[in-house]
Design a protein around this ligand. Structure first.
Ligand code: SF4
Ligand code: SF4
Length: 220
C-alpha cells in the first residue's frame, strides 16, 4: 500500500540495508500485541504471504477467503488482506495469550514491523517508522536477523519485483477507459498469483516464471 506522507514525519530519516543495525528489538513483544490489533485493512498480503498461509494451514486461497483473509481495493487493484475480528478488531491469528498463532509463517509485513519499505528508482530501502511500535528502550538488531526470512536474497528480489509489477498494473488501471478492462486486470493478478497454487518448494522460481509470462502478455 502506497502511503503519501513526509519521511521525516514517520521515520528517523535514515535508510537501512540488510547489514545495518536498527533499533527495533522489543523483548520478543512480551505482554504486547498492539500492532496485531486495529490495523483495519492495512495488512495487505502478497503472493508469498498467501503461499505461506496455504502451506501452514493446508488450505487453498478460496478456503482462506472464507474466514481469515478478505479482498479489498488497494490503489485500484483488488488484493487480499488479513481480517481483523471481534470487539478489539484484532488479527484473526492472534491467540488468547496475545501471541501469533502462525508465527513461523507470518506475513512479510509482520516480519519487518515496525520497519517500512521505501521504494525509489527500481529498488528499495528500509525505513524505521518511529511512531509504530509502542515499546520503549528498544535494542539494536541487525536488520537481516530481524526480518527472519530464509533465502533473503531471493526474497528481496521477489518483494521488489512484486512492488514494481503492481505499480505497472496500477498505471494500466488508471489508463484503462473501461471498467471491464480494470476488472480483467484485477482478475489476472488474482488468478495468476493468488488462486493458482504454488508447489511446496521453489516458490520464488515459480513466481518469477509467472511474472515473466504475464509481463510479456500485458507488455509491462
Ligand atoms: S507494538 Fe512493538 S512490542 Fe507491541 S507487539 Fe508490536 S512490535 Fe511487539
Ligand atoms: S499474523 Fe500474527 S504477527 Fe501478523 S498481525 Fe496477525 S497475529 Fe500479529
Amino acid at each position: 500500500m502506497i502511503r503519501n506522507c513526509k519521511l521525516e514525519e514517520i521515520s528517523d530519516g535514515r535508510f537501512y540495508g540488510l547489514q545495518d543495525m536498527v533499533k527495533v528489538g522489543c523483548g520478543d513483544c512480551k505482554g504486547c500485541s498492539a500492532c496485531c490489533q486495529g490495523m483495519g485493512k492495512s495488512l495487505v498480503l502478497d503472493p508469498l504471504d498467501i503461499h505461506r498461509l496455504s502451506v501452514r494451514l493446508q488450505r487453498s486461497f478460496e478456503e482462506l477467503l472464507s474466514d481469515t483473509v478478505e479482498l479489498n481495493l488497494v490503489d485500484g487493484v483488488i488484493l487480499p488482506n488479513l481480517r481483523m475480528v471481534g470487539e478489539k478488531e484484532q488479527c484473526v491469528f492472534l491467540n488468547e495469550e496475545g501471541r501469533c498463532k502462525i508465527h513461523s509463517h507470518r506475513p512479510g509485513f509482520c516480519r519487518i514491523f515496525p520497519l517500512g519499505r521505501y521504494y525509489e528508482e527500481g529498488s528499495f530501502s528500509y525505513i524505521l517508522q518511529v511512531n509504530e511500535c509502542v515499546k520503549s528502550n528498544k535494542t539494536k538488531v541487525k536488520l537481516s536477523k530481524w526480518i527472519d526470512t530464509p533465502d533473503l536474497g531471493k526474497n528481496q528480489e521477489f518483494v521488489n519485483n512484486w512492488h514494481y509489477f503492481l505499480k505497472d498494473i496500477q498505471k494500466k488501471m488508471v489508463e484503462a477507459k473501461e471498467d471491464q478492462v480494470r476488472k480483467q486486470l484485477s482478475m489476472v493478478v488474482l488468478q495468476l498469483f493468488y488462486l493458482a497454487p504454488y508447489g511446496q518448494e521453489h516458490f520464488y522460481e515459480e513466481f518469477q516464471e509467472r511474472l515473466t509470462k504475464v509481463k510479456e502478455q500485458l507488455s509491462c
